[in-house]
Design a protein around this ligand. Structure first.
Ligand code: PRP
Ligand code: MN
Ligand code: MG
Length: 179
């Protein structure tokens, strides 16, 4: 276990089981001939996305958007910057956004408003982790892996100051590492 970790909340195995479950659900909910574009929100969703798409057994397109609202801060600024837009044309297609964690919801609020204006067929959201206590806006989340308490979380793609993304588990940080 990493020295800065307080507690492992979800192990590699817990996550793997949940990702399989989500992949199966998603595969059932769409029709095989739907044109689905799975959009990962970089950088955090990178790890989850890579695992999840291999548990989806309907044909999908893959794309990424890079947005950032936190930077090196622990508080969401509420100002979302698009660092990289989609490469694929999504007009007329079903879009499934993949997130690692939803906290205030401000990142996704911005992103979904933006994507909805592009004449798409449907928009769904899938997140591995949800921290509903911190929500600052209305969001309809279609697939949630785990609900988590209001703790500072790292690992499995999620960073603190760009560190810890490569941890294979989801963990809380010791207080002294961020205070
Ligand atoms: C984190 C996380 C989500 C977002 C959730 O991304 O990956 O995208 O914050 O927070 P919110 O619901 O309060 O908006 P971050 O902006 O840190 O960028 P990153 O994915 O590159 O780490
Ligand atoms: Mn992110
Ligand atoms: Mg971050």
């Amino acid at each position: 276990m990493h020295n800065d970790v307080e507690e492992i909340l979800f192990s590699k195995e817990d996550i793997s089981r949940k990702v399989k479950e989500l992949g199966e659900k998603i595969s059932k909910d769409y029709n095989r001939d739907d044109e689905v574009v799975v959009v990962g929100v970089l950088k955090g969703a990178n790890v989850f996305m890579a695992d999840l798409i291999r548990e989806i057994d309907i044909p999908v397109y893959i794309d990424f958007m890079a947005v950032s609202s936190y930077g090196y801060s622990t508080e969401s600024s509420g100002i979302v910057r698009i660092l990289k837009d989609l490469d694929l044309e999504i007009e007329g297609k079903h879009v499934l956004i993949i997130e690692d964690i939803i906290d205030t919801g401000l990142t996704l609020k911005y992103l979904t408003d933006n994507l909805k204006s592009r004449n798409i067929k449907s928009l769904k959201i899938c997140t591995l982790l949800d921290k509903p206590k911190r929500r600052k806006c209305d969001l309809n989340i279609d697939y949630i892996g785990f609900e988590i308490p209001d703790k500072f979380i790292v690992g499995y793609g999620i960073d603190y100051g760009e560190k810890y993304r490569n941890l294979p588990y989801v963990a809380s940080l010791k207080e002294e590492t961020y205070k």
